[in-house]
Ligand binder design. Structure first.
Ligand code: NAG
Ligand code: NAG
Ligand code: NAG
Length: 275
């Protein structure tokens, strides 16, 4: 089984490993990371559950598993096999991709190769470029997986909670210091773009290969209280200014574990074993 995508998909992967590994004795399991690939092995079952870092699914200049905080993000069109060759042979794949497409107003799409001396780059909307990636993913599944023996899942966008004004909070706040879910059943944050959800729906409606959709966006959008917030590993020491105002360094994108993403895996379990 393999999870392919960005750090939100890594969160779901880690959630699944946490749920499973406690049932397996120490000598019968291992976990190792090789660059973009993390492999959990359940030896007695001859099974692996793996995570492969590919935040855009397509080849990009952000593919280094460690150094990927680049400001000028470029994605190469038609490059699904760059990473896809590493996914071959998986019996179950869980894809995601979203957040990295919407960080700027436009996406830069490379038409040639990253090695070209003069690079041909066009700018496209997040929606247009996202559609290219989704169609590439569906085509890859069609060409590389036997859907009578394997399963493919796609997880929808994970919501963030960067602006508390959206749920009736203070104008400056975010998820920091939030301890209860949003109770408005119609709540939908601006970070979860409906236009992207529409692209997902359109691509899957046209797809001839069966891809099971995990639509976790709405149920997660209530959970302003479930982010890692200030309780995560800091890569750089915090400044006195940050310490005086913790909201400035709160992470309102990723999720605490145990937590919300265990629910995503319960949905995955239900759809995997009771299709
Ligand atoms: C373990 O899995 C691999 C890959 O699917 C397969 O080639 C191998 O035969 C399996 N080994 C056993 C002991 O089942
Ligand atoms: C956190 O929220 C509580 C309850 O709303 C409030 O009383 C407190 O002042 C907040 N703390 C900070 C540091 O913002
Ligand atoms: C996912 O769920 C939301 C909320 O229920 C819905 O608005 C959206 O259309 C669904 N997405 C797709 C592609 O079906």
């Amino acid at each position: 089984m393999m999870f392919v995508g960005d750090s939100l998909n890594r969160g779901q992967y880690v959630s699944l490993i946490c749920l499973l590994h406690q049932l397996i004795p120490e000598h019968a399991k291992s976990m190792e990371t090789f660059d973009s690939l993390t492999v959990f092995r359940a030896k007695d079952y001859n099974a692996t559950i793996e995570f492969y870092w590919a935040p855009f699914l397509l080849e990009s200049n952000s593919d280094n598993a460690v150094i990927h905080r680049v400001t000028d993000r470029i994605v190469r069109k038609g490059s699904i096999n760059t990473h896809g060759r590493r996914w071959k042979g998986a019996d179950i794949i869980v894809f995601n991709t979203y957040l990295w497409w919407i960080t700027g107003s436009k996406m830069k799409i490379l038409l040639g190769s990253f090695n070209d001396k003069v690079k041909k780059i066009v700018e496209m909307s997040a929606e247009e470029s996202y559609r290219i990636a989704m169609k590439s993913m569906v085509r890859w599944v069609k060409l590389n997986m036997d859907t009578s023996k394997t399963r493919v899942f796609f997880t929808s966008m994970s919501p963030s909670h960067a602006k508390s004004i959206e749920w009736g909070g203070e104008s400056e706040g975010n998820c920091y210091n939030e301890t209860t879910p949003i109770d408005d059943p119609t709540y939908w944050g601006s970070d979860s773009k409906r236009s992207i959800m529409q692209v997902i729906g359109e691509v899957f409606r046209k797809s001839k290969v069966p891809i099971t959709f995990l639509n976790i966006t709405q149920l997660s959008s209530y959970r302003k209280d479930a982010h890692t917030s200030i309780y995560k590993k800091q890569w750089n020491p915090l400044t006195p200014e940050q310490l005086a105002n913790p909201a400035t360094y709160a992470d309102c994108v990723h999720w605490c574990l145990p937590g919300l993403q265990d629910t995503w895996n319960e949905l995955l379990f239900a759809k995997l074993f009771f299709p």
